[in-house]
Design a protein around this ligand. Structure first.
Ligand code: ADP
Ligand code: MG
Length: 347
């Protein structure tokens, strides 16, 4: 219902832009249905001319544009037009950069084109679910381990193969989190959602700090002057492995700087996961970027290291101290609910 007391544009900016209706034709593809709608746009399942399934991502940022149900063109308020065009340009650039990468662990871009005063990115359609869906499902089963160590190792071996290629193309992902790792029905791990990626390694043109997700974003993502590099994505990889072990994301970097509880949280996993895997997470998640693996290759070597794994179980006194720790946090409050993995905020 329109509210007569408010100007129309404030009402419009509160409603999400409407997705394209089923059977809409765009660039020779036919929309089947909306798969998901995030802050930057909408992902659709669509069919190509040969009736093959594709996924199409439409640039349609809810903060800058609106669209009436049934309409094709987004409406952008004049004062937001320059930001919208900037976003459009970088969405297009990302499509171009991603289209150069062809790897089983990186989502493939089949096509990208301008239409309806926006941009569309056509990807091959993946059947399966995100790693986040798997974590939530495993967590609801309340088992001692969320995933087996061998599962974690082979999953991240694949993710790292993809990430290494991304870095070789002078791109950073910058929003690696379980919701952006897709696990296909034929058991492949695929990196998706390069919406935050920028060609930051070359540092050309306007540089906009990307969005970040608490828990997975490295401390340098929170600073204007922080040098981003492969180590920034590697922090997020460490946080993803942590989430696969614990079933929830780690504390965000500002919390860790204030009060570091990561070693204690990881110590609880001793005996359940090998010391080697726990050390690997500690290494990736070092607050100091220089103390982390500096390249995906360095991390791959460690993750793939064969040989006997060490397991150091907790002693009785360590267990007792930890139990006490879990009941009451140092400031006397109960431990708070972990942040939702898909919560994304701007610095
Ligand atoms: N190629 C694809 N095949 C199938 N589903 C996809 C594909 N790309 C994205 N999705 C689905 O759409 C959701 C959102 O896509 P994503 O690229 O992460 O955009 P954003 O998070 O910016 O909205 C994903 O979680 C996934 O469920
Ligand atoms: Mg995403």
């Amino acid at each position: 219902m329109p509210n007569p007391g408010k100007p129309a544009h404030t009402i419009m900016s509160k409603t999400k832009p409407a997705p394209l209706a089923a059977n809409t034709e765009i660039g020779g593809y036919r929309v089947v249905r909306k798969i998901s709608a995030g802050g930057f746009g909408v992902v659709y399942l669509a069919l190509d001319a040969q009736d093959q399934k594709v996924a199409i991502k439409e640039f349609l940022p809810a903060s800058l544009a609106t669209r009436e149900p049934g309409a094709l063109l987004p409406q952008v308020q004049p004062e937001k037009l320059s930001l919208y065009r900037l976003g459009l340009k970088s969405f297009f650039e990302e499509g171009r950069a991603l289209a150069q990468i062809s790897h089983a662990s990186v989502v493939s871009v089949l096509n990208f084109f301008r239409e309806n005063e926006t941009v569309y990115l056509v990807m091959n359609y993946l059947e399966g679910a995100t790693l986040q869906d798997f974590i939530l499902c495993a967590r609801s089963l309340k088992a001692a381990k969320v995933f087996r160590e061998s599962t974690i190792r082979s999953l991240f071996d694949e993710v790292l193969r993809g990430l290494r290629i991304v870095h070789q193309h002078k791109m950073l992902h910058l929003d690696i989190k379980p919701a952006n790792i897709f696990v296909t029905d034929d058991d492949r791990a695929v990196l998706i959602d390069f919406g935050a990626a920028r060609e930051v390694l070359t540092k050309e043109g306007n540089f906009i700090r990307p969005m970040y997700t608490p828990g997975f974003a490295a401390p340098e993502m929170y600073r204007r002057d922080g040098a981003l590099g492969p180590w920034t994505d590697i922090y997020a990889i460490g946080a993803c492995i942590y989430a696969c072990m614990q079933g929830h994301p780690p504390k965000d970097a500002p919390h860790r700087i204030e009060k570091e509880r990561l070693p204690a949280a990881l110590a609880r996993l001793r005996g359940i996961y090998s010391d080697d895997l726990i050390e690997l997470v500690t290494w990736c998640m070092a607050l100091d970027p220089l103390a982390r693996p500096q390249s995906v290759f360095a991390l791959q070597k460690e993750l793939g290291r064969a040989g006997e794994r060490r397991y150091t179980r907790l002693s009785v006194s360590e267990r007792m101290r930890m139990q006490f720790d879990t009941l009451v946090s140092p400031d006397g409050r109960r431990i708070e609910r972990p942040a939702r993995a898909d919560e994304t905020v701007r610095p």
